[in-house]
Design a protein around this ligand. Structure first.
Ligand code: SF4
Length: 426
């Protein structure tokens, strides 16, 4: 069977897609990147209205590419809107769990052409679904999903309804998976999850620090990058222990969402700007020149011009190395969708443009500060006398020189071009 996997949304989805592809490949099926396939797995996302739209579009596209193919839809969008997925005509509709079952259903349906329908209740999930970390096609960076679910219920977010409560992979399993990926030749690993700051709370031992230490020490040949963290995780102890690890990337992603305390409160976020700023101070003390990236939602219900300007001021103060800006998108079923004072599209768009322009100028400042330094990049591409890759603090580099792919190369940073660094291989 030729199969294709289409992935929308976050790193967790990417991880799960690779895992499903790896299972099918192991069973002798062929993963195709282009052209008609016999089966399509569309791993959807619903974090914004736009991601739901793209998810629907991907399902339609697969069905038009090969109307006779098995179309299987899974992920957060089909978890929340299974009826819609069925109406589009998908053969198999799963939600955001039971990936192994889905793979089996694809195989079964391919031979039997039976329609399968299955969506569970995410709130009743208690067990972490273990999937082998898949390799994908031609990838150099591996991902390891160590946690699923979230029970923070931020007022704008649909994820807790789509993914259910926190479930974690055991540290032993995570370490053995990391070692396996290192043996397979991976040299960069991203530790990911829906909300990794809550890692281990279901296991009775919430110890993300211990997990990161164990993985870094067990796989010293790999560079380890962390997924998104909550400010509450950034304590002196966390940073002191992690800064002793030679192979942990000095890059941290903390989703700010708003720089106004009043908006953070309405968003149901559990920190205020003061807490957030202290976290950055601790990080920068232990990891000088670390990259700190963030996400921002602008145009949240009731966000006044003054609150938005507070956010811009706070962004500048935080000096992020990159910020992804999203205009607020109403997700039916969340508290924020029912709030009064929803802002017009034009206001959200205009604020997103202003915040993105500021984010870009902060990124430029951070890139300029890298000029003249010598650092290692992980080479993801090597062609026409140039190598491309990322630094540990997550700046993209294009450097003159030759070096093998999927390995580290020392470079000197010589300048900045648009939103990446230029350099030379040493
Ligand atoms: S922490 Fe908040 S924004 Fe993140 S997944 Fe959980 S509810 Fe959504």
């Amino acid at each position: 069977m030729k199969f294709s996997v289409v992935t929308l949304g976050c790193k967790v989805n990417q991880f799960e897609s690779r895992a499903m592809a790896a299972i099918l490949q192991e069973r002798g099926h062929e993963l195709v990147a282009e052209g008609p396939a016999d089966a399509y797995i569309i791993n959807t996302c619903t974090v914004t209205a736009e991601s739901s739209r793209k998810s629907r579009q991907a399902v339609r596209r697969a069905m038009s590419e090969n109307p006779l193919a098995v179309t299987a839809v899974c992920g957060c969008w089909s978890q929340i809107s299974p009826e819609e997925a069925k109406k589009l005509g998908a053969d198999i509709v799963f939600g955001s769990s039971d990936r192994l079952e889905l793979v089996n259903a694809v195989e079964r349906t391919f031979s039997e052409r039976l329609a399968v329908r299955r969506v569970d209740d995410p709130m009743s999930r208690r067990i972490f679904e273990e999937l082998p970390a898949g390799s994908g096609v031609g990838r150099t960076r591996a991902m390891l999903k160590v946690q699923d679910g979230c029970q923070n219920f931020c007022s704008y977010c649909i994820i807790p309804y789509a993914r259910g409560p926190v479930r974690s992979m055991t540290p032993e399993k995570a370490v053995s998976e990391a070692m396996r990926l290192a043996r397979e030749g991976y040299r960069e690993l991203v530790i990911t999850g829906i909300e990794i700051s809550s890692y281990g709370r279901d296991l009775g031992s919430p110890d993300l620090t211990g997990l990161v230490e164990s993985i870094c020490l067990a796989a010293p040949e790999m560079r380890i990058r962390l997924g998104s963290l909550e400010p509450r995780t950034i304590t002196r102890e966390f940073c002191e222990r992690l800064s002793a690890l030679k192979n942990l990337c000095p890059h941290f992603h903390l989703s700010l969402q708003s720089g106004s305390d009043a908006v953070l409160k309405r968003m149901g976020r559990r920190y205020r700007t003061g807490d957030f700023f202290s976290s950055l101070g601790i990080l920068r003390h232990y990891f000088p020149n670390c990259g700190i990236t963030t996400d921002l939602i602008v145009g949240f219900p009731g966000e006044s011009e003054a609150e938005f300007e507070e956010t811009l001021e706070f962004l500048k103060k935080c000096a992020f190395s990159a910020a992804h800006v999203f205009p607020y998108s109403k997700r039916p079923g969340t508290k924020a969708a029912a709030m009064e004072n929803q802002l017009p599209r034009s206001v959200k768009k205009e604020r997103a443009a202003r915040a993105s322009a500021l984010a870009l100028s902060l990124k430029e400042d951070f890139l300029r500060a890298q000029e003249g330094i010598e650092t290692d990049i992980f080479v993801e591409k090597s062609e026409n006398g140039f190598i491309h890759g990322f630094t540990g603090n997550y700046c993209e580099v294009r450097a003159a020189g030759e070096a093998p792919r999927n390995a580290f190369c020392r470079v000197r940073i010589t300048g900045v071009c648009k939103d990446y660094l230029e350099g030379e291989a040493l």
